[in-house]
Design a protein around this ligand. Structure first.
Ligand code: CA
Length: 698
């Protein structure tokens, strides 16, 4: 009898589960491709074409001035927020600091569930590259939400409950790799790559997993390995001919950390690939060569991962000009013909339009100052570099600098105006490949390239710009100069609007045709995440995560002092606007600049301080704590941290060596010696004294 009851219960549960799963909408490729669905925001770039254009017209140029806050959600433990939320059937999903995924009611902001992948627990005891506080988004497919963690896990969550269904490691915990990007789901698979080109000898790859089970379906390597080990496929054999020396000892790089676009019309997958490892080609591939498939768009068969074609934006890359930026698809009218085009505006400052059937370059023009090349030769498809651009045996001021003219901040495309809305940065940097010098700000491991981020005049009077770019004529139609860089990605709507958040905390809406500023709202904290829009019950909403962030976000002003969006001072938020919204947000504190803490009796030893500066660089501390330990933003300004004072020396060891702040995103460095910790303290004290105007060592 007991058994019978057990069986009955089991059968009932199975039926209940079936009935339950039947009720859940299964997201398909057709759903993600459907541009007419305005209720949802189903994928990173809204639809498979990554246009970030919604046909919604309720909010339009005539009434956008009435936009107000409908609801908001405080995220008091979050730091850098850069992700694009998804909206499915009235639920908004987003990923926050420490890769915590949350589902909230898209009408009210009420929390429905949250999933914490416990990144700190996962990495405890392992040496990890820093900077895991941010991630750019999620992917939805079938009845699941897919998320990736900084430490390399790809996870499938049940969409209705947040329950973990499967979790798979995409790289080893001791490899110098990390994930900040959104997974990409298509055709029953989920794609993910990783970052890490600068963190050690890495060989980039992307992997596709079965969406249902998490089993590895295929992997594509971006650069060839050691020929002695044999090549994985013909594409790697072809690529190896473009390298020289013992490149595999450096890893080669090419890591795909951002752009993945699935083309459901042509059934092709496009990945944007990274720069070389190390940066300097002279070290990486001493005999020269294009170094495939660095800095390229590579088209792959979505079912097998086999190479189809590639277009390389920067042959023989040597400036960190990766091609990881968004890949946006559209039908463009070119010389009377409709072309299935691919648009790409990578770091190097050129806007590319490519026929995506075979990867044929159609046009390429500068969208920003770029002095490394004069132009792209349309016959060969190759850039024409200027004399000296490779800074060999000298110092060269190169535009753009290593941050690029455009980074991961998404561009949008409005098919009604035919314009791309492109966040642009204008800056230069001094490059040299003379001997590594710790007084230079270098992020290139092995010292092949040194970059002084703070030298060299900016090429324009303004450092940031929102451009409306005509991809057919290859020229700007309107532009809005900005006094800071790192503005958010853009959103284009059928209401004739372009939305963008800025580093200064202002959320703005522009007329899509003229660039006229129509609406502005002060959110009191810098915005780096791109806004989205959706509609429920006849009401159009615009949502954005407010929480200045991303690697290096703290050093966007020329002196690196930041904008005062200090760690632990300003409340990070998810904010949703509508025409009916009338909530007044709680005020944020004014921008805060930490006061350096002085220790008058501390005698700075310059040799130790120099050693500390080197450790600070080598461990990538600047990514969160700021260049020259100034400002930070993603982490405390160390010049004002009590942990660096002599009386608190045991705390320094607990935090830096033992990982006592792992849960806040601060990795532990178990190999750090007492002498190194002391050197670090001399360095920070020197910077603190300098900030306070105490120049002479006591
Ligand atoms: Ca890079």
């Amino acid at each position: 009898m007991k058994i019978l009851i057990g069986l009955t219960v089991t059968v009932y549960l199975v039926f209940a589960a079936l009935a339950h799963s039947d009720a859940v909408r299964k997201i398909t490729d057709n759903d993600i491709a459907d541009a007419s669905n305005t209720a949802d925001w189903l994928a990173y770039g809204r639809t498979h074409n990554e246009q970030r254009f919604s046909p919604l017209t309720q909010i339009r140029s005539q009434n956008v001035r009435n936009l107000g806050v409908q609801w908001y959600m405080d995220l008091p433990n979050d730091v850098g927020l850069v992700s694009t939320p998804l909206v499915i059937d009235g639920v908004l999903y987003f990923t926050g600091t420490m890769n915590i995924v949350r589902a909230v009611d898209a009408r009210s902001g009420a929390l429905l569930w949250q999933h914490d992948p416990k990144v700190a627990q996962e990495v405890a005891g392992h040496k990890r590259p820093p900077g895991w506080v941010h991630n750019r988004g999620l992917s939805a497919y079938g009845d699941k939400i897919f998320a990736a963690t900084w430490d390399g896990r790809l996870q499938a969550l049940e969409r209705t409950t947040g329950k973990l269904l499967w979790s798979t490691r995409t790289f080893g915990l001791d490899e110098p790799l990390y994930i900040t990007g959104a997974p990409k789901a298509f055709k029953g698979k989920v794609l993910i790559g990783n970052g890490g080109t600068e963190a050690g000898p890495t060989r980039g790859y992307v992997s596709a997993y079965d969406a249902q089970t998490g089993a590895l379906a295929w992997r594509f390597y971006i650069v060839p390995g050691n020929p002695a080990d044999g090549f994985e496929d013909d594409a790697m054999k072809m690529a190896a001919d473009t390298w020289s020396g013992s490149w595999w000892e450096h890893g080669g790089g090419g890591n795909a950390w951002h752009a993945f676009t699935y083309d459901e019309e042509l059934d092709q997958l496009y990945i944007g690939t990274g720069n070389g490892s190390p940066w300097n080609r002279k070290l990486r591939s001493p005999g020269g060569g294009d170094n495939l498939f660095l800095c390229s768009i590579v088209a792959l068969d979505p079912d097998t991962g086999k190479y189809l074609w590639h277009y390389q934006t920067v042959p023989g890359e040597t400036w960190d000009y990766n091609s990881n930026m968004d890949i946006v698809l559209a039908d463009l009218e070119l010389e009377g013909k409709s072309v299935k085009a691919l648009m790409h505006a990578p770091k190097n400052g050129f806007f590319y339009v490519i026929d995506r059937k075979m990867g044929t370059l159609l046009s390429a023009e500068k969208f920003a100052d770029a002095n490394w090349a004069t132009h792209v030769d349309l016959t060969t498809g190759r850039p024409v570099e200027r004399e000296g651009a490779r800074y060999e045996d000298g110092f060269e001021n190169i535009t753009p600098g290593p941050f690029g003219a455009h980074s991961w901040h998404a561009m949008s495309y409005n098919p009604l105006t035919g314009l791309v809305y492109l966040p642009t940065m204008h800056h230069s940097a001094d490059f040299t490949d003379q001997a590594y010098d710790k007084t230079w700000r270098s992020v290139s491991f092995e010292g092949g390239t040194a970059v002084d981020w703070t030298q060299g005049a900016n090429p324009r009077a303004y450092v940031g710009e929102l451009q409306a770019w005509d991809p057919v004529a290859q020229k700007p139609v309107w532009s809005v100069p900005q006094s800071t860089t790192w503005a958010s990605g853009t959103l284009a709507t059928g209401g004739g609007l372009v939305f963008q958040g800025e580093a200064d905390g202002l959320m703005k809406a522009y007329d899509a045709s003229t660039g006229e500023l129509l609406w502005s709202y002060d959110l009191g904290l810098g915005i780096s995440a791109p806004p989205i829009t959706y509609a429920l019950d006849g009401q159009q909403y615009v949502s954005v995560l407010v929480g200045f962030g991303g690697g290096y976000a703290g050093r966007i002003t020329p002196g690196g002092e930041g904008l005062g969006w200090a760690y632990g001072v300003h409340t990070r938020r998810l904010v949703t606007f509508s025409l009916k919204g009338e909530i007044v947000l709680p005020a944020q504190p004014e921008p805060y600049f930490s006061e350096p803490l002085l220790e008058p009796d501390f005698a700075v030893n310059q040799t130790l301080a120099d050693e500390g500066a080197g450790l600070f660089l080598q461990h990538g501390c600047y990514a969160c704590h700021g260049v020259d330990a100034v400002a930070g933003g993603m982490a405390p300004d160390l010049r004002g941290s009590a942990f660096l004072l002599s009386e608190m020396a045991p705390m320094l060891s607990l935090v830096v060596r033992d990982g006592a702040r792992l849960d806040r995103g601060m990795p532990g460095y178990p190999e750090m010696t007492d002498a190194q910790l002391a050197a670090m303290r001399h360095y920070i004290r020197r910077e603190a004294h300098a900030a306070a105007g105490v120049t002479a060592a006591p």
